[in-house]
Design a protein around this ligand. Structure first.
Ligand code: PLP
Length: 427
């Protein structure tokens, strides 16, 4: 069910007309639906409960990089979410939002010493380690601090996630994870380090996966590794399958989260019963897009209509610096007029004001629009604001969250003066 829908020809967020939000908060503005966030998180949490999991045996660690606004993190934290972070900055955000560091896992191929220190000082749940040099560095930092670092190794299960090459991460020739063949050796190295405590195994094979088959295939490979390690005396307490479930951008039909988790838990339960006398293993998830993607839109205003020789352009006040996905991945986002018109449609490229030909948000769309109209760029809740930049000295968009009939500003629009506040002239 969409939380952004037409009511009497007017596009609304829940029951609030988007034009009203534009009037109050300006444009461009990211708009999120609290109800949609709750619904999407609950799809994971409810499925865990339905399959007999509690806080000790399942944890959903929301992927902070998909949308890291404090209000989003705070809301999810209150619902019981843990957090998957990829930087020290993201850890500080989680803490500022009231999230528990004991539910934080730290992913990423390039953790610095400072980031490790910060995470260890807050006793995070686990580091998802991606290489042997990283293990040695983490062991050294933990030793200096008199701590033990809980570690999971990110394994590259070499399954084809069948998604865009830029967001596919589980194949051999990828910078992410430890090659499947090297897993055992790497675990042996980890187990021998005095200030490393081996606790889990993880993978993340890609993003915007519509089918769960590759994920289930990856689980099979992780299960095999867990049993092999067990036989060597290395006992793992958790299995983290990563994120990656896709959303509907353009007639996509992603697997329902509940169905995916049902198949996953059935597989895991059968394995535990057969090989481990039914003893449970904790299961972790790292979803991002499937929680926030369709819970947000980007509202923008048509500045000019330009009829080119071969193309029409709708030049809007949002640009690639606000929503980078089209420029970066040729991603497709739906574009809906906020006010439906009876006038004739024409075909437009929806483009921004930035001085790059790559600055487009949508191509060849049939729209009935005029200068001054508002458009909603759909499915923009994930990897929208977090990937934004200040290119062309453009302040970042405002962010608001709709909660029933109320609309709350959750991030002010950046002013130009904010953008050069850290700069200084030569003496
Ligand atoms: C980005 C990322 C995720 C989230 O992926 P989604 O496709 O948004 O669910 C999870 N885990 C890791 C390690 C990531 O890098």
């Amino acid at each position: 069910m969409s939380h952004f829908s037409y009511q009497d020809g007017v596009l609304c967020a829940e029951n609030t007309p988007l034009a009203q939000i534009a009037q109050q908060f300006g444009s461009p503005t990211y708009i999120y639906s609290k109800a949609a966030l709750v619904e999407n998180f609950s799809a994971y949490a409810d499925a865990c409960k339905q399959h007999g999991r509690n806080d000790e045996t399942a944890l959903v660690c929301y992927s902070v990089k998909s949308n890291s606004n404090l209000a989003v993190l705070n809301l999810l934290g209150k619902l019981g979410s843990g957090f998957d972070i990829v930087s020290g900055g993201e850890l500080l955000r989680v803490l500022a939002a009231g999230g528990s560091p004991r539910k934080v896992i730290f992913s990423g191929v390039g953790k610095s010493r400072e980031e490790m220190q910060l995470a260890l000082s807050h006793d995070i749940l686990c580091f998802n380690v991606e290489s042997i040099p990283e293990l040695h560095r983490l062991n050294a930092v933990a030793t200096e601090m008199g701590k033990k670092a809980a570690v999971s190794l990110r394994v590259n299960p070499n399954v084809d996630a069948k998604t865009h090459p830029y967001i596919s991460t589980g194949l051999k020739d990828n910078k992410f994870g430890i090659a499947y063949e090297d897993t055992l050796t790497t675990y042996r190295v980890a187990a021998a380090l005095p200030n490393i405590e081996v606790v889990g195994i993880d993978c993340h094979i890609g993003s915007q996966l519509l089918d769960d088959a590759p994920l289930l295939e990856a689980v099979d490979k992780l299960i095999e590794l867990i049993d092999t390690l067990d036989a060597e005396g290395i006992h793992l307490h958790h299995l983290d399958i990563g994120g990656g479930i896709g959303i509907n951008y353009d007639n996509d039909q992603p697997v329902a989260v509940g169905d995916y988790l049902a198949r996953l838990f059935a597989k895991i339960d059968a394995w535990r019963k057969q090989k481990h006398g039914g003893a449970p293993i904790k299961v972790l998830f790292e979803p991002g897009r499937s929680i926030v993607g369709n819970a947000g839109i980007l509202l923008t205003e048509v500045q000019y209509i330009k009829h080119g020789e071969t193309k029409n352009f709708a030049i809007v006040d949002a640009a690639m610096n606000d929503l980078m996905r089209p420029a970066m991945y040729e991603a497709w986002h739906g574009v809906l007029p906020v006010q439906q018109r009876d006038s004739a449609v024409a075909t437009y490229d929806v483009v921004g004001p930035v001085c790059e030909s790559g600055d487009w948000l949508a191509r060849s769309r049939e729209l009935a629009i005029e200068e001054g109209d508002l458009l909603a760029i759909m499915s923009a809740g994930a990897y929208g604001m977090t990937m934004s930049s200040n290119y062309n000295t453009r302040g970042r968009a405002a962010e608001v969250m709709v909660d029933g009939d109320k609309v709350h500003l959750i991030r002010k629009r950046e002013a130009a003066s904010d953008l050069f506040a850290l700069e200084s002239l030569l003496p």
